[in-house]
Design a protein around this ligand. Structure first.
Ligand SMILES: [Zn+2]
Length: 153
């Protein structure tokens, strides 16, 4: 049996629940998803009590399923968050978001001289976790930036 109460949000029939987001990161994920401007139905819970994290955010998106690639693009904001894929009120699939080795076509290069601003190429960043922060290296200008600069939020 699925313990629905564990999700701390109203059960949804079909869609995706992103759970165990570190508190404060939920809003960044929403922005990244650009869901707020669309007519997808979203329920969010911010600063909910969490055994592991102290406080956590939850995002529930109805009728929208994320594949692992999409989920991992969000992982830079919330490594360790979990994705629950829901169908007919049941968790069909559950996986932990993990930082991908690279991200293509999602973020602009912060270097204004980078060729990606003038050529019709998809941006491409290699990701590397250093002690302090997640570093993103542009394939084209070969500059490295912290994820906060690349993600711009
Ligand atoms: Zn670049």
């Amino acid at each position: 049996m699925v313990e629905k109460h564990k999700l701390q949000v109203e059960a949804i029939r079909k869609g995706t629940v992103i759970d165990h987001i570190p508190a404060g990161q939920g809003i960044k994920i929403l922005k990244q998803l650009q869901l707020l401007g669309s007519n997808v139905r979203i329920t969010v819970g911010f600063n909910l009590p969490s055994k592991d994290l102290g406080l956590k955010d939850i995002i529930k998106v109805e009728n929208r399923l994320f594949n692992e690639k999409e989920a991992n693009e969000l992982a830079i904001f919330a490594p360790g968050a979990t994705i629950n894929v829901i169908d007919e009120y049941q968790v069909q699939n559950k996986f932990e978001m993990s930082i991908p080795e690279s991200i293509e076509g999602v973020f602009e290069c912060p270097n204004s001289n980078c060729i990606t601003h003038n050529e019709p190429v998809q941006t491409h960043f290699s990701l590397r976790q250093s002690k302090e922060s997640l570093q993103m290296k542009c394939k084209y200008c070969e500059k490295s930036f912290s994820k906060d600069i690349v993600a711009g939020i």
